[in-house]
Design a protein around this ligand. Structure first.
Ligand code: RB5
Length: 150
């Protein structure tokens, strides 16, 4: 499992907590920044992670900002990305199992570190179930093609 992660200043401290967790678990990751808490624009970082996930360089992406909202909106503009904002473990599991989501977004100002780490753990453990869900995900890809995302 290869995970690309990034944040803006609003999600910087949560990203650092997630890095500690990934190290403990021996999960390979690449931190695409930022590397200080200085204010940055979340679309720049959403784009960086979305591009490497889209290309297949990384299987999964994690994006943290203040709410997770800006990151999920921006990442979902990139073809092939299915980003999900999850602030509970059930949604995280469903996003992987049913939606084949490939980027998790989280809001540092919304949930505590303990829950955020459990969400990340759940996300990385869950697998896409395929079957009827694959048909539905294919329809989303078709929508991207029709409206010029792909
Ligand atoms: C930055 O202040 C904040 O707007 C950003 O982290 C995020 O919450 C946007 O959706």
């Amino acid at each position: 499992m290869w995970v690309a992660l990034a944040s803006d200043h609003g999600g910087f401290r949560l990203k650092k907590e997630i890095i500690v967790f990934l190290r403990q678990e021996g999960i390979a990751f690449h931190d695409l920044g930022p590397f200080s808490e200085e204010a940055v624009d979340y679309p720049d970082y959403a784009l960086m992670v979305a591009e490497v996930v889209r290309k297949g360089d990384f299987e999964q992406g994690i994006l943290c900002c203040g709410t997770g909202i800006g990151m999920v909106i921006a990442a979902n503009k990139i073809p092939g990305v299915r980003a999900a904002l999850c602030h509970d473990c059930f949604s995280a599991r469903m996003a992987r199992e049913h939606n084949d989501a490939n980027i998790l977004t989280l809001g540092q100002r919304v949930i505590g570190n303990g829950l955020a780490i459990e969400i990340v753990r759940t996300w990385l453990k869950a697998e896409f179930q395929g079957g009827r869900h694959a048909r539905r995900v294919a329809k989303i890809t078709a929508m991207e093609q029709k409206y010029g995302k792909e």
